[in-house]
Design a protein around this ligand. Structure first.
Ligand code: RB5
Length: 146
């Protein structure tokens, strides 16, 4: 599985730690930056990761900003993206099981690196349950078309 990753200055250290961790686990990564810790506008990174997931280049994406919220708002503007800002384990797991979320957004100023790595593992290791949840996701897609 190939994973797209990106951050702004609020999530720089977390993004690098997550990239290291995923590489060690054997995942192929595309790192959309930032590559040095300077102030940037989070939508500029969110759209790169979101496009990479939406066009099938990557299967899942991870975005980190200060809260995870700005990245999720921006990424969710891209058709086909279901980005979830999570700061605890239950949500990171169930947003895969029930929402088939394809981007996990984390807050570098909200959670520590240790929690971030655990949430990333849960997110990438949990499959979508399908069934009645697919019906609901189809309804989200219909909203996108309307
Ligand atoms: C940047 O200061 C901060 O606003 C950004 O990282 C993010 O938290 C936005 O949602």
């Amino acid at each position: 599985m190939k994973i797209a990753i990106g951050c702004d200055h609020g999530g720089f250290d977390h993004k690098n730690a997550i990239a290291e961790h995923l590489k060690k686990r054997g995942f192929e990564l595309i790192d959309f930056g930032i590559y040095e810790n300077k102030s940037v506008d989070y939508p500029d990174i969110a759209v790169k990761v979101a496009n990479s997931v939406a066009n099938g280049e990557c299967t899942l994406g991870i975005l980190v900003c200060g809260t995870g919220i700005g990245m999720s708002l921006a990424a969710n503007k891209v058709k086909g993206i279901r980005a979830a800002a999570c700061s605890e384990h239950f949500s990171a797991k169930y947003t895969r099981l029930h929402n088939n979320s394809n981007i996990l957004c984390l807050g570098g100023r909200v959670i520590g690196v240790g929690t971030a790595l655990e949430l990333v593992d849960l997110f990438v290791d949990t499959p979508f349950e399908g069934g009645r949840h697919q019906v609901r996701i189809d309804k989200i897609s219909k909203i996108e078309e309307s």
